[in-house]
Design a protein around this ligand. Structure first.
Ligand code: CS2
Ligand code: MN
Length: 368
């Protein structure tokens, strides 16, 4: 497994590559050309310059999160082929730049959804939280306004102003799009891009929907084991895979994440590993990564990833805001660095234990 951290690029991210380089065990970054709009072809020079920035800081680009999908592709409108052609060109250019992982999502209108970006926790930290009861009493505009008001001036991934200014239009586009149509449109997209992914060995990794249930009546198709298996079955090509995001799938307490990992063996190309705490039905807050602080068993998650032979990039995901850090909600340095270190500790323990629980190799002597 390669431990990585997400970085949004100069001018967007308050965290520097130099800081990321100093987080123990982090060798790669997950990044994107943040200024580009869904559907735009990525400029070769811009890709190469991003790569150069990462490498000059002693890191490498472990993957792109995200190359976003234009709504024409998600809704299957007549212009989709043009946008898929553009996507293919971007993939070719990424492949030529030796980048082999692309994360994306297929969520209608919204990416992740939260009702509070700075909920106070008992330890004095703040965190992002969701309460379905609030969503049920507001409309999408009200939620969008509340997210923008709490964003502290940062452009939040998935909440780009360009999208938010077009909410009515976007909702109109998705009228009549149900789950089945979304599955069909995803399959159409995947079938068209697989040849270029095969040619350049690019792993496509669809991100689960967050939260893992329909929001504002919009359909969602990447929410549980059954749907993930259906997604995978849309195309029998190893390059068509999944981003295993524990925080997104974990919003639904019925999701057995280690079980999902085992079921998806070989098709998980990227992992977002973070914890959250269930406060009641449809109500959760993002906790520290530590198992004891939330509702997910992080050891079981990492163990299942190891047992199934996952060796791709993994990253800590959203962190709490701690130690007075001024940062983009969910993407401060401190709590994510703690998360990376904790996950690295779990990994070291797993790697050094034999199946029967005894130590292996030279550690045996160290413990004597
Ligand atoms: C991310 C998502 O910050 C987050 O919640 O996990 O925004 C993710 O980047 C996208 O859904 C993937 O396209
Ligand atoms: Mn995620």
């Amino acid at each position: 497994m390669q431990m990585t951290m997400r970085w949004f690029g100069h001018g967007y991210d308050q965290v520097t590559l130099e800081q990321i380089r100093q987080v123990p065990g982090v060798t790669g970054i997950i990044t994107t050309l943040y200024g580009t709009l869904p559907g735009e072809i990525w400029e070769k020079e811009a890709i190469l310059s991003l790569k150069d920035k990462a490498e000059s800081a002693g890191l490498f680009i472990a993957g792109i999160e995200s190359v976003n999908i234009h709504d024409a592709i998600k809704t299957g409108s007549p212009e989709r082929d043009r946008y898929i052609d553009n996507y293919i060109t971007t993939l070719e250019r990424l492949g030529e730049a030796d980048i082999h992982l692309v994360c994306y999502n297929f969520m209608p209108v919204f990416d992740w959804t939260r009702t509070d970006l700075a909920k106070k926790r008992t330890d004095g930290s703040t965190t992002m939280a969701y309460d379905q009861k609030i969503i049920d009493t507001i409309d999408p505009d009200a939620m969008t306004n509340s997210i923008s008001a709490q964003s502290k001036g940062y452009v939040l991934a998935g909440w780009e102003p360009e999208r938010l200014g077009r909410l009515q239009e976007l909702f109109a586009m998705y009228k009549g799009i149900d789950q089945e149509r979304l599955f069909d449109n995803l399959q159409y997209f995947i079938k068209r891009i697989m040849p270029v992914c095969d040619a350049y060995n690019i792993n496509m990794a669809i991100h689960p929907d967050d939260p893992a249930w329909p929001v504002f009546g919009l359909p969602r198709i990447v929410t549980d084991k059954e749907k993930l298996l259906r997604v995978i079955s849309l195309e029998d090509d190893v390059h068509h895979g999944v981003t295993l995001c524990t925080g997104s799938l974990g919003t639904n307490p019925a999701n057995d994440i280690p079980g999902i990992i085992r079921a998806l063996k070989g098709r998980i190309h990227f992992a977002h590993v973070r914890n959250l705490r269930h406060n009641g039905p449809g109500n959760f807050e993002e906790s520290a990564h530590l198992s004891a602080d939330g509702s997910l068993d992080m050891f079981a998650v990492m163990k299942a990833l190891c047992d199934t032979g996952f060796d791709g990039p993994v990253r800590p995901d959203h962190g709490r805001a701690i130690w007075g850090e001024e940062a983009m909600p969910g993407y401060g340095l401190y709590d994510r660095a703690l998360g990376a270190s904790y996950l690295n500790g779990i990994l070291e323990a797993i790697e050094k234990m034999n199946h029967d629980g005894t130590l292996t190799g030279k550690e045996q002597y160290a413990s004597e």
